[in-house]
Design a protein around this ligand. Structure first.
Ligand SMILES: NC(=O)N[C@@H](CC(=O)O)C(=O)O
Ligand SMILES: [Zn+2]
Ligand SMILES: [Zn+2]
Length: 342
């Protein structure tokens, strides 16, 4: 039997949502992840230190583990102030601030309408050494949805990196070779998260033989050449890339819909899915760096001192999983996953 023991991993990008569903999302993400960066795109969003503390308390109220620690994130709006950044830094529970371009993705309506509006806030973040997390897509109607990440890098991110050379930036859930190249060529202050689904799938999985809404997420799956660039980056051993699932549950009904929501649920089998990719690439020895070292090193947090063990033993993924009073369709529903965590 093949087994793999690695230092306890963290998830540097996850959506736990709120309310009734929290007990389900926290159970799945908290199963073996030590920490997780908790995305703040609630309705209304997490817009100050006080709201972050309240959300933290709601998560901890359903957290039944000893090991799982939620790392809270501030949602940037046109009205965020430098004082909000200071308050968050002082809170001791907020570890980053997230920039959603207004209209780019799920619950981004309150996001930033023009990067220039938050330049004083980015100044404060640079001074406080608080990482900036980016949903890196432009929202211009005339930019094709498959080109929006590249356009964001060219038009927004390139100048921001120049203007704030000491600001630590994570380009979240990258989907293109353009993003891989940009991060590789940028300073050590620029890193990226990569999801399991962008490593495992490309747009053919979503569109060939019928439209498969559970593969629809943002940034949208790209062509296989981009997928290959992501796989190479994740398994390369570069410390600039780390694990961020972007597990983003929506109810079955909201996905299987004439206007379906963007987001894929992978928290039921996150490290297990990554292990498949790394094994395929003969790079299982690189999984620990990607999942357990590069993230904490970038965030300036200690690496965990305990470990988890993966076993190569396939199991059947159910058709649906509980999601509060509703259900969510997980990635690989009704199919098998090759690894499990013991
Ligand atoms: N990734 C997604 O497709 N959706 C995320 C938002 C996001 O991370 O962009 C969500 O909150 O549903
Ligand atoms: Zn996003
Ligand atoms: Zn996300």
């Amino acid at each position: 039997m093949t087994t793999l023991t690695i230092t306890r991993p963290d998830d540097w990008h996850v959506h736990l949502r709120d309310g009734e569903v929290l007990k389900d999302t926290v159970r799945d993400t908290g199963r073996y992840f030590g920490r997780a960066i908790i995305m703040p795109n609630l309705v209304p969003p997490v817009m100050n230190a006080e709201q972050a503390q309240e959300y933290f308390d709601r998560i901890q109220a359903v957290n039944e583990t000893e090991h799982f620690q939620p790392l809270m994130v501030l949602y940037l709006t046109d009205n965020t102030t430098a004082q909000d950044i200071k308050d968050c830094k002082e809170s001791g529970i907020v570890y980053a601030a997230k920039l959603y371009p207004a209209g780019a993705t799920t619950n981004s309506a309150s996001g930033v309408t023009d990067i220039k509006n938050i330049y004083p806030v980015l100044e404060a973040m640079q001074a406080e050494d608080m990482p900036l997390l980016l949903h890196g897509e432009v929202t211009d109607n005339d930019i094709d949805i498959f080109d929006r990440e590249k356009a964001y890098i060219d038009r927004i991110l390139t100048p921001v990196v120049k203007d704030f050379p000491n600001l630590r930036i994570v380009l979240e859930h990258i989907t293109t070779k353009n993003a891989v190249d940009f991060v590789n060529n940028a300073s050590e202050n620029v890193a990226a998260t990569i999801t399991a689904h962008h490593l495992l799938f490309n747009r053919n999985h979503m569109l060939v033989g019928g439209i498969r809404p559970h593969y629809f997420c943002l940034p949208v799956l790209k062509r296989n050449t981009h997928q290959q660039a992501l796989v190479e980056a994740a398994t390369s051993g570069s410390t600039k890339f780390f694990l961020g699932t972007d597990s983003a549950p929506h109810t079955k009904a909201n996905k299987e819909n004439a206007c379906g929501c963007a987001g894929a649920y992978t928290a039921h089998a996150a490290i297990e899915l990554y292990a498949e990719v790394f094994e395929q690439e003969n790079a299982l020895d690189k999984l620990e760096g990607f999942a357990s070292f590069n993230g904490p090193d970038f965030y300036k947090l200690p690496r965990h001192t305990d470990s988890i063990t993966l076993v190569k033993e396939s199991w059947d993924v159910p058709a649906t999983m509980p999601f509060g009073n509703d259900v969510v369709v997980p990635i690989r529903a009704n199919e098998q996953i090759l690894w499990q965590v013991k």
